[in-house]
Design a protein around this ligand. Structure first.
Ligand SMILES: [Zn+2]
Length: 155
């Protein structure tokens, strides 16, 4: 009669070397077995418990040192660049253009220069950005009247 895995419950054939195998050999169940073994070991073996805790503390100490060293090892110029970029990012976030530029979904837009707003510096224009037939690309060249006559799909 085949053994049933203690993790996934599926029947499996125990390996000859491990006659009292209770977990099948899939990686998931083997990881579960290892966790289970570790839990049991932590409960029953105080030396193991102490060793595990010491290993964990050593690991987090090593990691703290790693990040500290990483930061210290970065040249000052790199730090400065990072800080400048961060203040640029903040300025960009605070800028009035954010709503108008960043929140536009990807799609097709028509940019129309508005002559009602004369160019003040001779370099920039005031433009209108309007979505064009995004869902019906073939209607891109349709006249304005055609677009208006198209019945709305949703009221
Ligand atoms: Zn299993």
């Amino acid at each position: 009669m085949p053994q049933c895995c203690a993790c996934c419950g599926k029947p499996f054939a125990p390996r000859p070397q491990v006659p009292d195998q209770t977990y099948c050999s899939t990686p998931v169940c083997q990881r579960a077995r290892k966790r289970q073994w570790q839990r049991a070991k932590l409960q029953s073996d105080s030396d193991y418990r102490i060793n595990q805790r010491a290993a964990q503390q050593a690991w987090s100490h090593r990691n703290q040192d790693y990040w500290r060293n990483y930061r210290d090892a970065r040249p000052a110029s790199e730090q400065r660049n990072l800080e400048q970029q961060q203040s640029r990012d903040r300025a960009w976030d605070a800028g009035p253009a954010k709503m108008d530029v960043c929140d536009l979904p990807t799609g097709l837009y028509r940019i129309t220069r508005l002559p009602a707003f004369p160019s003040e510096d001779g370099v920039s224009w005031v433009v209108e950005i309007a979505p064009v037939g995004v869902t019906h690309p073939r209607k891109m060249d349709a006249s304005r009247a055609d677009v208006i006559d198209t019945p709305a799909t949703n009221p």
